[in-house]
Design a protein around this ligand. Structure first.
Ligand SMILES: [Zn+2]
Length: 326
């Protein structure tokens, strides 16, 4: 109870004092160097479907804040420990390759002369034009009836589909149990007519991904480095060694052919990897590997091949979205 009140007061203070240099100094005093993980950058930060898209206004506020009170450095510099002393150092990353990264985030990064890394999948080379999580989030809103995937029936409760067999959410089953690309295709097919949301222009910025041409445009910007985010966006830590090798190899080849640049970083989809994944990725030429929201293994803390990232989500005010990560 006391914690909750204190937390509320702290959040209010963050909102109120966000622009105060003194407060920023106090907040950042003991902050570790941090890699931030964004996903989308949309027009309004709407959380109807998920909270993965930060509004472009919030994003610009964050970048201005960090440029003023901290240092933003490139991901390469972060891994190579080329830190600037005196203030905490941050690196900016975006996952998933949303079209809004090009249309909304890139102009802000260019205007504020700030570097970022975009982690992108190989989905443009597959049968999918949408990430499975976006499909599930958006299609679940309109769907009322049960759905059936590979004989398993799922029922909607409070907006989320749960298996009638195991009572696990469909989201969790795709992330942790049936992690193959084929299962994702079957899930999307099971929704049938609910896939019509893809025709609604109002929703485009919530799920549309960059085309090959868009990715190439980003890669040619002096402010953007392209990294890999798995080929199918499968949870790599749950795959067999040969499957994960293929995921990591195929996306690297696809992005290198497209950009004509070396792809040396991998942001693990859903932060999923295991200790063998790190060796496979290193063998394939990934110098920089990135977890999300915490390491999975004790050894990771002293392993220079991997760094953790903290996510920025749109469920809170612009000040708290950022400050919560300090
Ligand atoms: Zn992702």
């Amino acid at each position: 109870m006391v914690d909750r009140i204190l937390n509320k007061v702290k959040r209010k203070a963050n909102d109120f004092l966000f622009n105060s240099s003194l407060y920023a100094k106090y907040l950042l005093k003991n902050t570790q160097n941090t890699i931030l993980m964004y996903h989308g950058c949309d027009s309004n930060g709407d959380t109807t479907y998920n909270s993965r898209h930060t509004s472009k206004d919030s994003f610009e506020k964050h970048i201005n804040y960090l440029n003023k009170h901290a240092y933003i450095i490139s991901l390469n510099d972060f891994f190579e420990k080329r830190f600037i002393s005196g203030k905490p150092n941050f690196a900016i990353t975006f996952d998933d390759g949303y079209l809004n990264n090009l249309t909304n985030a890139l102009p802000i990064l260019t205007k504020l002369k700030t570097k970022a890394t975009f982690f992108i999948t190989g989905l443009n080379n597959t049968k999918s034009d949408i990430l499975w999580a976006d499909f599930l989030n958006i299609a679940s809103v309109s769907r009322k009836e049960n759905i059936k995937i590979c004989g398993e029936v799922f029922e909607k409760r409070k907006g989320i589909f749960y298996s009638l067999n195991s009572n696990e959410s469909l989201y969790k089953i795709i992330k942790e149990i049936n992690t193959s690309y084929e299962y994702k295709l079957q899930m999307m097919e099971a929704f049938g007519a609910d896939a019509k949301f893809k025709l609604n222009p109002d929703l485009f910025e919530k799920w549309q991904l960059m085309s090959d041409k868009d990715i190439l445009t980003c890669s040619q910007s002096e402010f953007i480095e392209i990294g890999a985010h798995g080929y199918f966006h499968n949870n790599i830590g749950t795959l067999t060694n040969s499957e994960s090798r293929k995921e990591l190899k195929d996306v690297k080849e696809y992005l290198e052919n497209l950009t004509q640049k070396k792809i040396n970083s991998i942001g693990y989809p859903d932060g999923s990897y295991n200790r063998t994944t790190l060796d496979i990725a290193e063998e394939l030429g990934y110098k920089y590997q990135l977890a999300a929201e915490g390491f999975h293994f004790e050894e990771d803390f002293t392993d220079n091949r991997i760094r953790d990232r903290k996510g920025v989500y749109s469920w809170d005010s612009p000040a708290n979205q950022l400050i919560i990560n300090f």
